[in-house]
Design a protein. Sequence first.
Length: 104
Amino acid sequence: MEQAGTALDKVVAECLRNAPSDKAPLLAWPLVCGSAVAERTRALSFADGVLSVEVANPGWKSELRNLTPRYLSGINRYTAGRVHKIEFVIAGSEQARMDKFPRE
C-alpha cells in the first residue's frame, strides 16, 4: 500500500508542477493542509510569493499560523512557483474581499 501512496504522490506532484504557476499553490492547499482544515478554509489567491487563505475566525488564524512552516514546505514540494509566505485572512474582512476579487 505504501508504494501506491508514493506513486500517487508523484502523480499529484507532477500535475501540480504542470499547472499554471499562479494556480498551483491554490490547488495544492487542500492536499497539504489535509481534509479537516481544507473543509474550514479556502485558498483565495497567490501573487508575489504570497498565498492568501481565508479562515473563519481569529482562533483559526492563530492556530494555522503556527503550522505555516509545515504548510510552506508541503506546498513548495508540490509546486514549481515558490510560496514564501501564507497570509491567513478572516472571512468577511476587507482583505478577504480583496483577495477574492483582485483588481485587474
